[in-house]
Design a protein around this ligand. Structure first.
Ligand SMILES: Nc1nc2c(ncn2[C@@H]2O[C@H](COP(=O)(O)OP(=O)(O)OP(=O)(O)O)[C@@H](O)[C@H]2O)c(=O)[nH]1
Length: 616
């Protein structure tokens, strides 16, 4: 049954519906989006492949941006042709600000929940964001084709959560397509049409901005008032920078240039700027000849939360790393970095990230796309240190932590929401308590699932918290968190010394109660990792001048020739050369030779937490 129409030139806001799909990870957002593209006819069945919208490789090959930021789909209902704009939202907690901007571009949201899993932490977090943006919510249970689906149970849970009747929850399967047409009808019927003043000065909100090698920055906007037309000069309201509008259009999902975008419309702009920082998410676009006096509000600069030092393994790669960071920045307005030097690791950069996933993605891209081998120092948060003379310093690198004279240290806090089956409440509370958490509240979503809220120091959850939560809840726990101010804390800096020489890369800021265990952990790890030298090497952990842990590496003379009795001169030479080669891979700390692998191993978190966190 074809109910598609040619993409309407939707200048009439009454036939526009702007919506997004919000879901916990893996609940089937991409699959449902694919099915909608297919049903509305914007993607022909023969072109269809799984996760059509995620096809990064094709995007690169063709040099066009076809990302899912916003796709216009035609849909006919009751004899009228509508234009449905589906706006994508990044799914991860690191990018909450961007999610909230995407939501602000919509009138409604499909709240998608896996019928075999029920509500999870990100379902809630996204729902709250959607409610803050006054969106109309359409509750939908997905994957009803699964044998393990429990639609009645979770429909009741959903209805209970958003206030409604269980029978109003739509049942669909993105995989088989069941119920998806009804969902498209419901979008037309239930979601309000956009409203705005067509005669007012133009105002459009930027909800995404992507760098494209061939076309420069492609900016995705939602027009609220007025109209934007090609060849016009536009202005960014936060910076007052103005650019000529070279192209304007809609994605369907290939970019289609149009004669302009009016009230309620969603589309893309191309101005030829080369850096996403000139076209920032959250900013308002207006026209230069008739500028709006007030921006749409809500604009914020992305604030880095987690910092790590990135150093090339091979010092000569430093310029490559610098250029690579510069390039990544073109497409990532949230990335900040500054040069840094470390006595142990040489020249590198201190880089600020939105969260651990952002760090992992960036690091992986640097290694994969720029063929760099990197050492990254243990991630840490930003501390605000007030000195005795009232001066305030912000510390993002433990080795810069002021010694003595500290009056007060404040650390960033988060409010975390954890969802899990009842039976794990005890284990979760124990975990949060051990991470200095303060219980904020607890609610039962259904008779066997509970939502627990804690306020925790950010530093306590950035490392292995999520992994530990997963293992303590046998995989059933889900977590979401957002920044929640800061708090005075009893923190100290722990230094690690080799033969009395501080190794800056291993310094850490920890809570006083945990300083000892950090010291013991690091010294014993290093004792395993550093080979014996020709002299004894003490490894110490210290707070200021006070030693809190100590290990020893006993002396040895490593005689590579010991095995070569007889007079085989060429074999001897070979062995000596091999030893020399090995030495190149050593870093000198004072007189101590430390293999690079030791740095990598000591600084890595054994659980590889960052990658797993992506699967939240
Ligand atoms: N049986 C069944 N499986 C589904 C359905 N929808 C999605 N899936 C499967 O669920 C998994 C996750 O689906 P995605 O569409 O990638 O989920 P997502 O929410 O977009 O996930 P992320 O992109 O990782 O956030 C995939 O293995 C899909 O094949 C459905 O209706 N029925």
């Amino acid at each position: 049954m074809a109910r598609t129409a040619p993409v309407p030139a939707a200048t009439d806001p009454s036939v526009i519906r702007n919506f997004c799909i919000i879901a916990h990870i893996d609940h089937g957002k991409s699959t449902l989006a694919d099915r909608m593209l297919q049903l509305t006819g914007v993607v022909q069945p023969r072109d269809m492949k799984a996760q059509y919208l995620d096809r990064m490789d094709i995007e690169r090959e063709r040099g066009i941006t076809i990302k899912s930021q916003a796709v216009r789909m035609p849909w006919e209902f009751d004899g009228t042709s509508y234009a449905l704009n589906m706006i994508d939202t990044p799914g991860h907690v690191d990018f909450t600000y961007e999610v909230s901007r995407s939501l602000a571009a919509c009138e409604g949201a499909i709240l998608l929940v896996d019928a075999a899993q029920g509500i999870e932490a990100q379902t809630l977090a996204n729902l709250y964001l959607a409610m803050e943006n006054d969106l109309t919510i359409i509750p939908v249970l997905n994957k009803i084709d699964l044998p393990a689906a429990q639609p009645e149970k979770y429909a009741a849970e959903l209805a209970n959560l958003i206030g409604g009747k269980p029978e109003d929850v739509l049942m669909v399967s993105g995989k088989t397509g069941v119920g998806v047409e009804d969902l498209l009808d419901k979008i037309v019927q239930d979601l309000p049409a956009p409203v705005g003043d067509p005669d007012a000065p133009a105002r459009a909100m930027i909800f995404d901005s992507v760098y494209d090698t061939y076309r420069g920055v492609v900016t995705y906007v939602r027009v609220v008032d007025g109209k934007l037309s090609p060849r016009e000069r536009i202005q960014m309201m936060s910076t007052k920078a103005s650019h000529e509008l070279l192209e304007i259009g809609v994605s369907s999902p290939e970019p289609v240039p149009t004669k302009g975008l009016g009230v309620g419309e969603v589309g893309y702009l191309i101005t030829g700027v080369k850096d996403v920082r000139q076209s920032k998410v959250g900013d308002t676009v207006t026209t230069l000849h008739k500028p709006a006096s007030e921006s749409l509000g809500g604009y914020e600069d992305a604030k880095p939360m987690v910092f790590s030092g990135l150093y090339p393994l091979d010092g000569t790669d430093y310029p490559v790393l610098r250029d690579a960071l510069e390039k990544l920045m073109l497409n990532d307005a949230a990335l900040v970095y500054e040069p840094e030097t470390s006595a142990a690791l040489g020249f590198g950069f201190r880089v600020g990230f939105l969260g651990l996933l952002h760090l992992e993605i960036t690091r992986e891209r640097l290694e994969r796309e720029y063929k760099l081998d990197l050492i990254s120092t243990a991630p840490n948060v930003e501390y605000e240190v007030t000195l005795e003379d009232k001066k305030v310093v912000h510390v993002t690198n433990p080795s810069e932590y002021p010694v003595g004279k500290v009056a007060e240290v404040r650390e960033p806090m988060v409010s975390a929401t954890i969802l899990a089956p009842n039976e794990f409440v005890g284990a979760i509370m124990e975990l949060c308590q051990s991470r200095r958490g303060i219980l904020g509240g607890m609610d039962y979503l259904s008779e066997d699932r509970v939502e627990i809220r804690y306020r925790l120091p950010l530093a306590e959850i950035v490392f292995d918290f999520f992994d530990t939560l997963k293992s303590k809840t046998r995989g059933y726990g889900s977590l979401d968190w957002k920044a929640d101010g800061d708090q005075v804390a009893d923190l100290v800096k722990v230094d690690i010394m080799l033969q009395g020489e501080t190794v800056d890369a291993f310094s850490a800021i920890t809570h006083r109660d945990k300083a000892y265990s950090y010291g013991v952990m690091m010294t014993s790890k290093l004792r395993e990792l550093i080979p014996r030298q020709q002299f004894e090497v003490p490894i110490q952990a210290a707070i200021g001048a006070r030693i809190i842990a100590r290990e020893n590496i006993r002396a040895i003379r490593k005689d590579v020739l010991a095995k070569c009795y007889g007079g085989d001169i060429s074999r001897k030479r070979k062995l000596l050369e091999k030893q020399k080669e090995g030495k190149k891979r050593m870093k000198m700390v004072g007189r101590v030779e430390v293999p690079q692998e030791a740095f990598i191993a000591a600084l890595s978190n054994d659980d590889g937490n960052g990658k797993d966190k992506a699967k939240k």
